[in-house]
Design a protein around this ligand. Structure first.
Ligand code: CO
Length: 435
């Protein structure tokens, strides 16, 4: 495995994962192929049949587990966490409106996208749909039209002479993707969805649409950019990059300790949901894996979580936005993120452990702290650290244009993160720090 093969696989992953439901499905399938067994929350678990297991919640969050070969109930946990969702435009329950011989889609803003970047893009539609089947069962399935289905045209500059001076996007006025022209036949959105479900799941006998979570996404594939292919441009790098790295790393290793990967939905909207990191999914799974509360707290206090989410590289046009001492650059190694108010979970000690790991595989590290005059973002790191009582570091690859429909990172960055995380999972023991 080298960086170019790694990036090739990564680009395919990005293309297969337009929504958290697809990300979860793709990760689940790679676990299945590796012999991992599903442990559904609503069933009893038998943990003696395999080394690898996975568990999903609400179709958008997945936990992968690789148990220590020897004495798993006596071993600490090495965990990584990332989020499966990205900012997007989500279709409203009644998504169609007709307007001047066009049909347009009504959307809500999911999370915090850079809205100006969503105009004049080839937008696909994907997500999950719950259907009624002929045997009266309800079935939820992920669908993806896999082609440009809609576009939000900008207003021509001749009709808006201030367009290059003002960037404001009026969400209830301007965000209506154009989906088709009106014809004599009435256009039924449910019928369109039903046909897509039948095309993707011919065995289902789907006969009625009962609900959906559908999103617009950029259909253009990831690309290398630059004279020397130094950069990667793609949608949803935040945070599919970390999901991909975590999945590949946990699949590739033999572990002496227990290994876990969490790819969680709803981070972009604050994580407070059934499937989000503020919910009880991870702690409920860990309770079932380690039912004894004293043993659980002992093992978790010896465990370590690497929370992976992209970091802000310094933008060459806006260097003043960064603290001048902390200016991560693309292709210069993953970034350790610090915040004295614990918006990032990093402590000097958890950072020291990460530095040790990176150093052992010769991967450079960079350090980020927010400019004092700007509000600091957050990740699922502090939430997991708070809920589980586990030592956590927040890290991520440097990137530009975070939350744009297309974000930029360095072509070397994903593989550097992978090498570090792979080493973290496979090292003979966790770097020890005296408590
Ligand atoms: Co993120």
């Amino acid at each position: 495995m080298d960086s170019s093969q790694f990036n090739k696989d990564f680009f395919e992953f990005l293309q297969s994962c337009p929504t958290p439901f697809h990300t979860t499905k793709v990760i689940k399938n790679s676990f299945k192929r590796a012999g991992f067994l599903e442990i559904p929350e609503n069933e009893d678990w038998n943990l003696e049949n395999a080394e690898g297991y996975y568990c999903t919640r609400d179709d958008g969050t997945i936990i992968g587990i690789k148990l220590a070969t020897d004495f798993p109930l006596e071993r600490p946990w090495r965990m990584t966490a990332a989020h499966s969702d990205s900012p997007a435009l989500q279709l409203k329950p009644k998504p169609l409106k007709s307007n001047h011989s066009n049909y347009q889609l009504c959307v809500e803003v999911y999370g915090g996208p850079l809205l100006s970047t969503w105009f004049d893009r080839d937008l696909g539609i994907a997500g999950r749909v719950t259907v009624l089947c002929k045997n009266d069962h309800l079935q939820t399935c992920a669908i993806d039209f896999k082609r440009p289905m809609a576009i939000i045209p900008s207003l021509a500059i001749h009709l808006d002479r201030n367009a290059n001076k003002e960037h404001t996007v009026k969400k209830q006025k301007q965000l209506f993707p154009l989906i088709c022209q009106t014809t004599d036949n009435e256009f039924s959105f449910d019928e369109l969805l039903l046909q897509q479900v039948i095309a993707e799941y011919p065995d289902l006998t789907a006969c009625k649409i009962l609900g959906f979570d559908l999103f617009c996404y950029d259909t253009n594939p990831a690309a290398f950019i630059g004279l020397n292919n130094d950069f990667i441009s793609a949608g949803r790098l935040d945070n599919l990059l970390s999901c991909f790295v975590g999945t590949k790393a946990i699949l590739d290793i033999n572990t002496v300790d227990n290994a876990l990967l969490l790819c969680s939905n709803h981070e972009e909207i604050g994580s407070a949901s059934f499937a989000g990191a503020q919910g009880n999914f991870l702690s409920a799974v860990l309770k079932r894996l380690m039912p004894d509360p004293i043993l659980r707290s002992k093992l978790l206090s010896n465990s370590y979580l690497i929370s992976m989410d992209n970091a802000h590289a310094v933008h060459p046009n806006f260097p003043e936005k960064h603290d001048p001492q902390h200016t991560p650059m693309l292709n210069h190694g993953p970034v350790i993120k610090y915040n004295s108010n614990q918006r990032y979970a990093t402590t000097s000690r958890s950072a020291a452990m990460y530095k040790t790991l990176a150093d052992e595989v010769n991967i450079p590290i960079q350090e980020f702290v927010m400019n004092n005059d700007l509000a600091c973002g957050s990740t699922i790191g502090p939430i997991a650290a708070t809920k589980l009582g586990i030592q956590t570091v927040d890290i991520g690859v440097p990137s530009l244009a975070m939350h744009s429909i297309r974000e930029t990172t360095g072509a070397q960055d994903p593989y550097m993160l992978y090498q570090t995380i792979s080493h973290f999972y496979s090292r003979s023991s966790l770097p020890q720090t005296a408590l």
